[in-house]
Design a protein around this ligand. Structure first.
Ligand code: CA
Length: 332
């Protein structure tokens, strides 16, 4: 990562005791606003001694459980409840969140694919660089709350890159159990090394992401996992007083590699032959792709290439080559 300073600034003091709500200002000069900036809401709640924790959502703008959970926490959390410091950013890639899109309409930036960022890059790259160089550098633990977004729906889970360091791996495992999602999926071959989670873990953070629901909306059950999960995480770290734990332990799962995924190979309409939560075997039918422009043509049958639990499905029925249609996970 470049050592050039970030042009991005918070307009509140992140170090002083107390509670402050303000904005992270990302310079963005446009036709409408020559000296303007993008105002990303941020809150800090600090009191006494303890760990500093960074909580983010809206990294992808069309994932809502985390945005709503952090807006609630931002309003409710008071300094008297905190030992340490909590930094809360509910809509990290604000232009994407404001548009209800995964990526930013300003620069087409996919924030979770550009870390560690670039201080002289696009607004999305500048946000990533600010998180890496300023926020992760002054905190020790973090959660980046994701959901499936517009194109995917997940069985609600924590979603964790596996740290190489054994000590950090054990601390992450304990924090995942404390977060209390029904499942935690350990990702052994991540899709990207340029995520917030990747740079957080590289910085020594106790950190993970989540995939809580999705399909471009929220449900009471998925929202409750996000709302309570961030509080259980803070309590686990000793930053807030203990909160009631979940009744059932988190089921530890793993995603191994390509055999856990089924991708679209042709353009058409996908008819799934599975439901989220199904247990399937290699060779089982995953569904069919129909060819609406060639009605006489038989549909293409797709099969699973591995064994496992169906944890994620594509939401839109229209598919193209390269679209992820479904993926599996296996018990650890
Ligand atoms: Ca996401």
């Amino acid at each position: 990562m470049t050592t050039k300073p970030s042009p991005v600034r918070a307009d509140i003091d992140l170090e002083a005791p107390g509670k402050r709500v303000g904005h992270v200002r990302v310079p963005h000069s446009t036709h409408e606003s020559a000296y303007g900036w993008i105002a990303v809401p941020i809150a800090v709640v600090k009191n006494g001694e303890g760990l500093s924790v960074l909580l983010t959502a809206g990294n992808h703008g069309d994932e809502y459980e985390g945005q709503i959970a952090l807006l609630k926490l931002m309003r409710e959390l008071q300094p008297s409840q905190v030992s340490g410091r909590v930094i809360i950013i509910p809509r990290l890639n604000l232009p994407a969140a404001a548009a209800g899109r995964r990526t930013s309409p300003i620069d087409d930036g996919n924030l979770n694919r550009v870390f560690p960022g670039d201080p002289e890059g696009t607004p999305t790259e500048q946000i990533a660089h600010y998180v890496t160089s300023v926020l992760l550098a002054q905190t020790q633990a973090s959660i980046d709350i994701h959901s499936g977004g517009s194109s995917l729906e997940y069985l609600p889970c924590a979603f964790a890159r596996v740290p190489e360091d054994a000590g950090l791996r054990a601390r992450q495992r304990a924090a995942l159990q404390a977060f209390g999602a029904p499942m935690a999926i350990m990702v052994e071959k991540p899709q990207t090394n340029r995520s917030l989670s990747a740079v957080a873990i590289a910085a020594g953070h106790v950190s993970f992401a989540t995939e809580i629901g999705g399909a471009g909306s929220t449900r009471p059950a998925t929202q409750a996992i996000a709302d309570m999960g961030v509080r259980r995480f803070l309590a686990h770290l000793g930053v807030i007083a203990s909160v009631p734990p979940v009744a059932a332990p988190t089921r530890l799962m793993r995603v191994v590699g390509a055999e856990h995924y089924v991708y679209g190979r042709v353009r058409g309409l996908f008819e799934p032959d599975f439901t989220l939560g199904d247990v399937v075997k290699r060779g089982d039918r995953a569904g069919w792709i129909h060819f609406p422009e060639e009605p006489e043509r038989a549909p293409r049958e797709l099969c699973f290439e591995g064994d496992g639990l169906v944890v994620c499905r594509r939401v839109p029925s229209l598919v193209a080559p390269g679209d992820c249609l479904v993926h599996l996970a296996s018990d650890m």
